[in-house]
Design a protein around this ligand. Structure first.
Ligand SMILES: Nc1ncnc2c1ncn2[C@@H]1O[C@H](COP(=O)(O)OP(=O)(O)OP(=O)(O)O)[C@@H](O)[C@H]1O
Ligand code: SF4
Ligand SMILES: [Mg+2]
Length: 359
């Protein structure tokens, strides 16, 4: 079996926290605290979890935009952390990033043509001006925009179009991996569907792999092959998307899934509500980090750190007690499940029937 495109092991990032006028070190934010995952070529892994759980930090560590405190990141079998700056610059061409706010990542004073030409010239990907212009037109076409858009500036585009521009710029260097950090979270639902559809079709065409970071499980359902659920700097469950929705095991995953909104407000279903706030990442609870909010917690959970154990079929859960839990109330056969199916079917229909954004 060939090595995965991306392999992350024991990844950690502890940010130092300084206080007072002398900047005395008062502790560390353990933003990412021992994360393992892999990603194959052409595959989408979604990373989901509440705000502050470390999703963006993982994305930045993978791209080596941040230096980790510990762990390893291998891309095509190569240890990224062992690369020199110049080797890393060359490698960056293969790994691109898309952020939530495309406006912030697009230079307002550059035309779209200049913006898309920049990476082509930097990496020697266009032999002549004519070739460069042709490639810019091709990139715009790939993301559903028109060649004449090359003369416009970012502020002349809508939010969805700007995200298309950000995707075009990422594609310019023919990457194998794109880390997309909440790429549709700032967009209206119908535009979200269009951008997700675009990302899926580009993935099928170019064999792209995505690390898709999102707090929205309904969105993730439409793009991810596999999902990793994060809580306070650690992955608590990973499974294929179908398996995770059908058979969530970790109490945190169950709570997240039961909070996915329903289309019909008259339908009442039992929700495994998340109680309390997320504890501070500076001082995470001992034992299982979720124990302060877990309805199934027992004494040993305050002491024993659960390992992310694979069941042999690719479904991993960081809770040794899951086999004892009753089926998740919202997802057992019956009303809840039917309603979930209806909702997801509706969402799927919206994704399939959405058209490319006009101009
Ligand atoms: N540069 C930094 N210095 C100190 N702490 C940081 C830094 N960047 C992130 N953090 C902290 O690390 C933790 C994880 O942050 P991160 O941005 O990765 O979370 P996230 O899951 O992406 O959240 P969101 O959904 O809000 O984007 C948070 O507690 C955050 O405050
Ligand atoms: S290990 Fe304990 S606290 Fe953690 S999720 Fe499982 S039951 Fe809950
Ligand atoms: Mg984030």
């Amino acid at each position: 079996m060939s090595a995965p495109l991306l392999e992350v092991q024991g990844l950690a990032k502890h940010f130092p926290v300084k206080q007072g006028v002398f900047g005395r070190l008062s502790g560390h934010v353990r933003a990412v605290d021992g994360v393992d995952f892999h990603l194959d070529a052409g595959e989408t892994l979604a990373i989901v979890g509440e705000s502050g759980c470390g999703k963006s930090t993982v994305g930045r560590l993978v791209l080596r935009l941040l230096e980790p405190t510990g762990g390893s990141v291998r891309f095509e079998g190569q240890d990224l952390l062992a690369l020199s700056d110049s080797q890393m610059r060359a490698q960056r061409r293969r790994m691109q990033v898309i952020f939530q706010d495309p406006y912030a990542s697009l230079n307002p004073r550059m035309t779209v043509g200049a913006m898309l030409s920049e990476p082509l010239m930097l990496h020697g990907l266009a032999a002549s001006d004519a070739a460069r212009r042709a490639r810019v037109g091709e990139l715009l076409d790939l993301v559903g925009l028109r060649p004449e858009h090359a003369r416009r500036y970012p502020h002349e585009f809508s939010g969805g179009q700007r995200q298309r521009l950000a995707i075009a710029r990422a594609l310019a260097v023919e990457p194998q991996l794109i880390v997309a950090d909440e790429p549709v979270s700032a967009l209206d639902v119908s535009i979200q569907a269009q951008v997700i559809n675009l990302m899926r079709s580009l993935q099928a065409r170019f064999g792209l792999a995505y690390v898709f970071i999102s707090h929205d499980l309904a969105v993730v359902k439409h793009i991810a092959d596999r999902i990793a659920v994060m809580y306070l700097g650690k992955i608590v469950e990973t499974a294929t998307t179908d398996e995770l929705f059908r058979n969530p095991r970790h109490p945190y995953t169950r709570a997240l899934l039961s909070a996915v909104p329903m289309p019909d407000p008259t339908v009442v279903r039992e929700r495994a509500l998340l109680e309390g706030d997320i504890p501070s990442a500076m001082n995470p609870p001992p034992g299982c980090r979720f124990h302060t909010r877990c309805r199934h917690a027992r004494e040993s959970c305050k002491v024993d750190v659960p390992v992310l154990a694979d069941d042999g079929a690719g479904h991993s859960t960081a809770c040794p007690w899951w086999p004892e839990f009753p089926p998740a109330p919202s997802l057992v056969e019956g009303t809840g499940q039917d309603q979930d199916r209806i909702r997801l079917a509706r969402l799927q229909a919206a994704f399939v029937t959405s058209h490319m954004e006009a101009t």
